[in-house]
Design a protein around this ligand. Structure first.
Ligand code: ZN
Length: 243
């Protein structure tokens, strides 16, 4: 069984299309939120996501903001500008879809899905081993998949030593999962780990393997649309180097 794991699409249709094509045939798709925010294609990305068969999707902080359920003051100036623009552009059917999403869920009985972290699904970033360790007490499944940091990485808990390690597994490698882990597939639409290629992962629940992957896409075309929409230049510039 192949599960496509995606997160932080951020209204970047070109990156999403590249990932869906590169991933090929999958049995299910799990999306960890932030479908909107930053990018130029909120409606097109929402429509593409809604059309994905066997989809499980949770809410990210940008999705919650576009729904009007979060104070925009908590976002930085540029992110806020994009959110205002997106809130006005997203059509009612797409808003209804966002409204239907949960903040967290459990799939296959053994994976917890959340955008930020299992203990604070919309906001907390899992960026270091201490926060990861504290979060292992907040979910009952062997694995949790999270996004939000836009960093493709994995926190592994050694059950015998009670020690958490942070690993950045090589792209393309199929990793057998042991013990417990918090895994981040990286960001489709705005990678921040200095690799500008769209990030995603393939999870096999039967074999218990995780494969971090990247897909190249036409970054210049997306930058052009960001500029044409009058969105902050920073959101266009950062895509080229992945920061
Ligand atoms: Zn995000």
């Amino acid at each position: 069984m192949r599960v496509l794991v995606i997160s932080d699409l951020h209204a970047n249709l070109t990156a999403l299309e590249a990932v869906l094509e590169a991933a090929g045939q999958v049995d299910e798709t799990w999306c960890l939120g932030d479908v909107v925010g930053y990018g130029p294609d909120p409606n097109a990305v929402l429509e593409r996501v809604r059309a994905i068969p066997n989809l499980t999707c949770v809410l990210g902080n940008h999705d919650v903001a576009v729904l009007g359920q979060m104070d925009y003051a908590v976002f930085n100036t540029e992110a806020r500008k994009s959110l205002y623009w997106q809130k006005q552009s997203v059509n009612p059917a797409n808003l209804l879809f966002l409204e239907s999403l949960p903040q967290q869920t459990v799939v296959c009985g053994e994976v917890s899905l959340a955008h930020g972290s299992p203990r604070d699904p919309v906001w907390e970033y899992v960026l270091n081993t201490l926060v990861a360790r504290l979060n292992f007490d907040s979910f009952g499944t062997p694995y949790a998949f999270v996004g939000h940091s836009h960093l493709q990485c994995m926190f592994h808990l050694d059950l015998h030593k009670d020690r958490v390690t942070l690993e950045v597994p090589p792209v393309g490698e199929v990793l057998p999962l042991t013990g417990r882990a918090i895994l981040n597939p990286g960001s489709v639409g705005q990678p921040r780990d200095r690799d500008p290629r769209a990030a995603y992962a393939i999870f096999d629940p039967q074999d218990r393997t995780w494969q971090p992957c990247r897909a190249e896409y036409d970054i210049a075309a997306v930058q052009k649309r960001i500029r044409a929409a009058g969105l902050p230049e920073k959101h266009a510039a950062r895509l080229m180097d992945g920061w």
